[in-house]
Write a protein that binds this ligand. Structure first.
Ligand code: FAD
Length: 373
């Protein structure tokens, strides 16, 4: 009999399992995929760490989280500085002085501010949709070239048909600062995320290719308590209906050249290009292998935003009224399962950045084991 059965070997499950073991508890981890690490899984191809489930850039302002996670990996100095490609015109993201100089030829922050203010005046009164909201925040030029096409591809709908609340703020920097996240701590684990999760799970029994829900009865009999990090609606066999997600499709290609786009992330902000982003994985590690050697090939992933269908890989929870209300009902059911802890992005139907999921797991462990060992 194990003290804990942890379902899922993503960050939440791996941290819970690690802390349980450190507190002297016995743990079994089951994972339905053939590999550990959940959505942060990286695999090495052509000497390059490929982020299989989408680019993952670690960033946090939380020192506790940073001190914890750097105990399991050394992080490099990668700083996310994405570039926007609008029909071949390149702009810096987030919107900053480089963007404004390229867009309008302005040179000083005062000139940039004046230009934005002048364009914002177009919207009078309360913005009625996402288009009006964006223009009221940053003006028409930035909206047309850097927001409209990208957002419409992401949501599969016209910005005029999307609610204004989706965009609450659009950060505008009147400085030459390309650091997208602007977090106190940022980087990519050297040697890949999978290695980091392997370190968390060191000495813990992990059964891969094991779907908990398909073997629930036998697995439940093995442990006193279950930590479930899979989709909460699947746990209840979709009794109340499906929680919805927005999906992403990745098309990954190896190219026989050392450099495709010169940057880890390029967003395609026009409507005509069907993909939203291209990720060039080698730039997360500065184009070099672990011995500092330049890599001759490159690997890119085109990202396409798409509708999610039941049974497909869940990516982004859809936080609209319908899904929030449905989740609340599943949560009520989950609270009655007193042997089971529901955690992580799928267990809590919540978009968690990595630092947030780490913090959530640590807080749960503190409650469960009284202290972190
Ligand atoms: P997961 O990683 O999804 O782990 C859950 C695990 O449970 C999976 O391995 C799954 O196979 C397993 N499982 C599910 N059901 C069962 C079952 N029935 N039986 C057995 N196993 C099961 N965060 C950042 O901070 N920076 C980023 O740049 C970033 N980029 C992202 C890009 C994309 C496209 C997405 C979708 C997310 C991104 N995130 C990013 C968020 C990050 O992926 C999450 O915070 C993190 O992966 C959540 O970990 P988790 O353990 O909750 O879930």
């Amino acid at each position: 009999m194990y003290d804990y059965l942890v379902v899922g070997s993503g960050l939440y499950g791996a941290i819970f399992a690690h802390e349980a073991k450190a507190s002297g508890k016995s743990v079994l981890v089951v994972e339905k995929r053939p590999n550990i690490a959940g959505n942060v899984y990286t695999e090495k191809r052509e000497g390059i760490q490929v982020h299989r489930y989408g680019a993952h850039i670690f960033h946090t302002n939380n020192k506790k989280v940073w001190d914890y996670i750097t105990g399991f990996a050394e992080f490099n100095r990668f700083t996310n500085s994405p570039v926007a490609n609008y029909k071949g015109e390149l702009y810096s993201l987030p919107f900053n002085m480089y963007t404004f100089n390229k867009m309008w030829g302005v040179v000083t922050p005062e000139e940039a501010q004046a230009k934005i203010e002048e364009q914002r005046k177009e919207i009078i009164g309360e913005p009625k949709n996402l288009e009006e909201q964006a223009i009221s925040l940053v003006g028409r030029d930035i909206y047309e070239k850097l927001i409209k096409g990208y957002t419409e591809k992401q949501w599969g709908r016209d910005c005029k048909d999307l609610p204004a609340f989706i965009i609450k703020r659009l950060p505008v920097r009147l400085t030459f600062d390309n650091n997208y996240f602007n977090a106190l701590y940022q980087g990519i684990p050297m040697g890949g995320y999978t290695k980091m999760v392997e370190n968390l799970l060191e000495g813990i029994e992990v059964r891969l290719n094991t779907d908990y829900l398909e073997n629930k009865k036998e697995l439940d009999a093995l442990a006193k308590k279950v930590v479930y990090t899979g989709p909460i609606d699947a746990y209840f066999d979709y009794e109340l209906g499906y929680l919805e997600y927005r999906s992403v499709r990745f098309e990954t290609e190896t190219l026989d050249k050392p450099n495709f786009q010169g940057n880890a992330a390029v967003n395609y902000t026009d409507k005509e290009t069907p993909w939203t982003r291209i990720i060039e994985h080698k730039w997360f590690e500065f184009g070099k292998d672990e011995n500092g050697e330049e890599l001759p090939k490159t690997i890119i992933s085109r990202e396409y935003s798409s509708e999610w269908k039941p049974g497909e890989e869940p990516y982004y929870p859809v936080n609209n009224e319908k899904n929030v209300a449905l989740y609340a009902r599943y949560k009520e059911m989950a609270e009655k399962e007193n042997k089971v802890i529901f955690g992580g992005r799928l267990g809590e139907y919540k978009y968690y950045d990595m630092d947030q999921v780490i913090l959530a797991a640590l807080e749960r462990c503190e409650k469960e084991f009284n202290q972190i060992k």
